[in-house]
Write a protein that binds this ligand. Structure first.
Ligand code: TRP
Length: 449
């Protein structure tokens, strides 16, 4: 069975696809706006700690589970420890995938719309009022919001139909390097703006007064979101890893590269925020109003702005492929459907639920649960509840059910790698530290004590 299963074909392909999953709107949209609205450097520091202590070990755990079992996010757990209900983790992951895609595809839709707007030359201005009005108009129009979301979903479904190596790997391998280069270029531009230093100070000198338990939970949620962990994406991708791939090393590289992209995005955005008199607390609209301003006064700005949104669209695409691959793999493998059928079903369900989020700037703006409209609710429930809870369960599965022996064998490629000490230390982290830490942060962040 596993011999004719599709998978990633080269080490670079593995890296590109996994990094393609990690790098996305989380870096270019979510990281800057959360850092901006939660006080800057202090938030960044908590996020870094969460990434190292919890994110990386859980990411390694997910990939190891997937590769050991060579199965989709539900089957993998059942295959490694049959009959004990661990498949529930995958089922929870399917729900998380649905909720994340419901708002993610909408933000990706804004990005695609901005590609079109920028190409038509409509965004070249450094007037904050004009730019926020332009963004507001887009979000408030139900027809364009829905249309762009469906364009995005059709594209994702189409690429996934081609499969793992010819779809996911082929696309991400080409896009990731270009994204990186362009981001560096934009950073250089941002740093040479007059008044750039205030932005850097905001990003790098911490003010701990803003760090409340709720903010710590947001930082942990972001760490999960960034590394694509807690819902089975990395289990699914791990199942496509080659047998000789060094899992801890690959995960560490992806984590570092992802962090670099986030920092570059921060350096691209915050100097401009301060230079043009925007507010760092703008929230989800932050990139959509600051980035055009960065380019407005620059020679060749019109071209670079189009390029920026095109590449953000690609980054979003690589991430969405990995989210939707979770249900696609489950449906295709468990029900024996063709990939295109599985993709169609997944995208259809996401589109139906996602419409509620897409209309959050217009028709469903007043549909509130716990004071949150559908867009914010989907984001909060998935990032701050489902992903961390999934992380706890995955860590418990490895530490208390799958066990140390299987863990060491999988991380060392059956003894081929001399990393016993490292794998042993990671096991202690996964068995005790990560689940306890996540649970404490969740309980405290939600105000349980
Ligand atoms: N990491 C991606 C980003 O930063 C989003 C993403 C992809 C994701 N797959 C995921 C988030 C799985 C949570 C779980 O944009």
């Amino acid at each position: 069975m596993s011999s004719n299963r599709d998978g990633f074909s080269s080490t670079f392909g593995v890296l590109a696809a996994t990094l393609g999953s990690a790098v996305g709107l989380g870096n270019i949209w979510k990281f800057p706006y959360l850092t901006g609205s939660n006080g800057g450097a202090g938030f960044l520091l908590v996020y870094l700690l969460a990434t190292l202590l919890v994110g990386l070990p859980v990411m390694i755990a997910e990939i190891a589970i997937g590769r050991a079992a060579r199965g989709d996010a539900v089957s993998a757990f059942e295959r490694l420890r049959p009959g004990r209900g661990w498949g529930m983790i995958g089922v929870m992951g399917l729900l998380a995938a649905l909720l994340i895609m419901a708002f993610y595809s909408e933000v990706a839709g804004w990005v695609f719309a901005y590609v079109a707007k920028a190409a038509a030359g409509g965004l070249l201005s450094s007037d904050p009022k004009l730019l926020s009005d332009a963004f507001g108009a887009l979000v408030a129009d139900p027809v364009s919001a829905l249309m762009w979301q469906w364009v995005v979903l059709a594209l994702v479904g189409g690429i996934l139909s081609f499969g793992v190596s010819r779809g996911i790997e082929a696309v991400t391998k080409r896009l990731m390097p270009i994204l990186f280069l362009l981001l560096v270029l934009i950073c250089v531009r941002g740093l040479t703006l007059p008044g750039a230093s205030a932005g850097l100070a905001f990003l790098f000198s911490p003010d701990f007064s803003k760090i409340t338990p709720a903010v710590v939970l947001v930082a942990v949620g972001l760490a999960f979101f960034k590394l694509s962990i807690g819902m089975g994406t990395m289990v699914t991708y791990g199942s496509y890893f080659r047998a000789d791939q060094n899992i801890p090393m690959t995960a560490t590289r992806v984590m570092l590269a992802d962090l670099t992209v986030s920092m570059l995005a921060g350096i691209a955005i915050f100097p401009a925020v301060f230079a043009f008199g925007f507010k760092p607390e703008a929230g989800p609209s932050l990139v959509f109003i600051t980035i055009p301003a960065v380019f407005a006064g620059m020679p060749g700005g019109a071209f670079f702005m189009v390029a920026f949104f095109v590449l953000t669209a690609f980054a979003a695409l690589g991430a969405m492929l990995s989210i939707v691959e979770v249900p696609v793999a489950v449906i295709a493998e468990r029900f024996g459907l063709k990939r295109w059928q599985a993709a169609l079903i997944s995208v259809g369900v996401i589109g139906a639920v996602g419409s509620l989020a897409a209309l959050s700037g217009s028709l469903t703006a007043d549909w509130k649960l716990f004071g949150l409209n559908p867009f914010d609710l989907f984001d909060f429930v998935s990032s701050n509840l489902l992903l961390p809870a999934g992380g706890i369960l995955i860590a418990l599965f490895v530490g208390h059910s799958w066990g140390r022996g299987a863990w060491l064998r999988e991380l060392s490629n059956d003894g081929a790698l001399a990393n016993q000490a490292l794998a042993g230390a990671l096991f202690v982290l996964v068995r005790w530290v990560s689940p306890v830490l996540i649970a404490l942060v969740m309980l405290k962040g939600l105000g349980a004590f």
